[in-house]
Design a protein. Structure first.
Length: 291
């Protein structure tokens, strides 16, 4: 009898431990995400009877959920506000699904987040002004959605950002001058929005920038002379805007580009020794590639 009791106790203990690998709060937040995004129709479903660490796309470290990667998994519906309870998250990848609704403001509670990928969904509404509090973000990708409003000035607080891609949305207003503070930025995609006004001269401070895509907006004015300081630039696309002068682009005379597109008017430019041997003239937009 004692042996049977001992075995039952051990089974109960091990079962309790296996399900206690993450907090009840985090587990509930994941279940809310599952139910809110039609989990029964996911390509790779979760068995909610198993430990969280066995759920597809979930990474658990030290009993904490640190990654949710549900890329291309047929998620439908909205992102629940409880997503903000996953406060240990470093990676949240919900790209290439059919998510709708607004991005919950509670997303800004994810203070440890480094990667936020929302591209190729149907999300709408505005980016929360408080998104600038996610100071550890290294990548923010939200292209091909229906986001509206202005790009928050607080994005300039995300000084660890390497990738910022907000292309193919409905953002309007000026490009925030605060983007000039993103000293680590390597990719900036604002293609195909309703942005207007002049390009901020502070963007000339982005010395590590490799890809700059501002095409298909309503930008005006001159190309800033400060762009001459963008020494790392490889992809440069500004076509289909309403610029009044391209004079500053003469700094290209000694550079090599993979892609270089502008509203070409040879009467306004006097390129001398531009090396186009590696240059591809193309209408390019960033794509997400699952590794």
């Amino acid at each position: 009898m004692k042996k049977l009791y001992y075995i039952s106790f051990c089974f109960l203990f091990l079962t309790t431990v296996s399900f206690a690998e993450v907090s009840k709060k985090e587990r509930k937040a994941l279940i809310d995400l599952y139910e809110s995004t039609n989990g029964n129709h996911w390509v790779k479903k979760w068995d909610l009877k198993t430990p969280v660490s066995q759920w597809q796309g979930i990474t658990v470290e030290n009993d904490k959920v640190v990654e949710v990667n549900l890329f291309h998994n047929n998620l439908m519906g909205s992102i629940p506000s409880q997503i903000g309870d996953l406060q240990n998250l470093r990676v949240l990848n919900l790209a290439f699904n059919s998510l709708t609704g607004e991005l919950p403001k509670e997303i800004v509670h994810l203070s440890n987040l480094k990667i936020l990928k929302l591209e190729m969904n149907r999300l709408n509404g505005e980016l929360p002004e408080e998104i600038g509090s996610l100071i550890h973000l290294q990548e923010l990708s939200a292209f091909n959605n229906f986001f509206t409003g202005e790009i928050p000035e607080t994005v300039g607080n995300l000084t660890e950002l390497k990738v910022l891609n907000l292309s193919s949305n409905e953002f309007q207003g000026d490009i925030p001058s605060s983007l000039g503070a993103l000293s680590q930025l390597e990719t900036l995609g604002l293609f195909e929005n309703r942005l207007e006004g002049a390009i901020p001269r502070d963007m000339g401070k982005l010395s590590k920038l490799k890809e700059l895509v501002l095409a298909n907006n309503r930008l005006i004015g001159d190309i800033p002379n400060e762009f001459a300081d963008l020494a790392s630039l490889e992809v440069f696309q500004i076509q289909n805007n309403n610029f009044s002068s391209f004079k500053a682009l003469e700094f290209l005379e000694t550079k090599e580009y993979l892609v270089f597109d502008y509203d070409k008017d040879d009467r306004k430019l006097e390129f001398k020794d531009v090396n186009f041997s590696k240059t591809r003239m193309a209408d390019t937009k960033f794509e997400d590639i699952e590794e």
